[in-house]
Design a protein. Structure first.
Length: 326
């Protein structure tokens, strides 16, 4: 704010305003935002720049574009937009020339996509990998069944699982959208693997679900964020895929299963995840599809026809019934 605005605003109002704006920068990514802003600030000092303007930012992004990909430029733009707005009340989203420059840099750019585990890869790993890979097996099963992110696996607790005879119900208390999500695992082979892991960790005094295993025994040492993020690479190494692009920059999200999106006709996993949490009946059907349980009651066509019935319960989900023709 300007000096006159600052002087005319009571201290308690300024404090309240500052607290209200603290949530503008995501807490989990705050360090990345601050580092991006620090790099920009150092550049400004080196160039003798005292105030941010569209001209200054055009020069900055023009310089870093020589060594950065289009996706990196947009990422830095997004983070700088939040920090500059928060700290200096500068809204760079109004800078039309800057956005036009970034869009031009994006022309012809194709982001590399990491590979996805095939069904054969998954079966081979789950059936043949030794006990040292048991935590990775469980993470793979849960990651596929619940479209789980790395951070969700990291924070998972033993109390989040309800292990029944023929199914396992898992609750993710806090998700990316700050709401809980529930999903079900019904495939007997997968249930047995999770039960084997839980039996090994039953006597361990730790509420964290994913604990490290050494010499065939579960320890009290939980996996960290980087360790869980490297699970896909470890699986790829076991499957002898380490010499491919897959294992070098594999995304921690690549075990999120596309079947739910395809069967429902949805364009994004956001909508699919929303359906997963709406009904236990629907969750069981999705779990059966993900594990390829074939019977008339849980077939894909049955799933498509019955999802329309959920509208009477107040759901607004629209399902594309013609997905088979696509």
């Amino acid at each position: 704010m300007s000096d006159s605005e600052f002087e005319c605003t009571p201290p308690e109002v300024r404090v309240a305003a500052e607290r209200a704006t603290e949530g503008i920068i995501p807490e989990k990514s705050r360090e990345r935002y601050e580092n991006t802003y620090e790099l920009y600030s150092k550049w400004c000092v080196a160039k003798g720049v005292q105030h941010t303007s569209e001209t200054v930012l055009l020069a900055y992004f023009c310089e870093i574009s020589k060594q950065s990909k289009a996706s990196t430029l947009w990422s830095r733009y997004s983070m700088l937009r939040a920090v500059l707005n928060f700290r200096h009340n500068v809204d760079i989203s109004n800078y039309a020339k800057l956005k036009a420059f970034l869009k031009r840099k994006n022309v012809g750019y194709q982001a590399k996509k990491s590979s996805v585990f095939s069904e054969a890869d998954i079966d081979t790993f789950l059936n043949n990998a030794p006990i040292e890979y048991l935590p990775q097996k469980v993470a793979l099963i849960i990651g596929i069944s619940g479209a789980c992110r790395c951070d969700e696996l990291l924070k998972m607790k033993i109390s989040d699982l309800d292990i029944l005879e023929n199914r396992i119900i898992i609750v993710i208390p806090v998700t990316k959208t700050y709401s809980s999500r529930t999903f079900v695992i019904t495939k007997s082979e997968w249930i047995n693997i999770i039960k084997q892991y839980c039996d090994l960790r039953n006597n361990i005094d730790s509420d964290r679900f994913f604990l490290q295993i050494r010499f065939g025994k579960i320890t009290r040492q939980p996996f960290g964020h980087n360790a869980i993020g490297s699970f896909p690479k470890k699986i790829a190494t076991y499957l002898k895929l380490e010499n491919t692009y897959f294992s070098n920059i594999i995304s921690k999200y690549r075990w999120r299963h596309p079947t739910v999106e395809k069967v429902g006709g949805w364009k994004s996993n956001t909508v699919a995840e929303g359906y997963v949490e709406n009904s236990l009946h629907g969750q069981i059907k999705i779990a059966n599809m993900l594990s390829h349980v074939e019977n008339p009651e849980t077939s894909a066509s049955s799933f498509i026809s019955e999802t329309h019935n959920f509208e009477q319960h107040g759901l607004t989900l629209t399902v594309n019934s013609n997905h088979n023709s696509n």
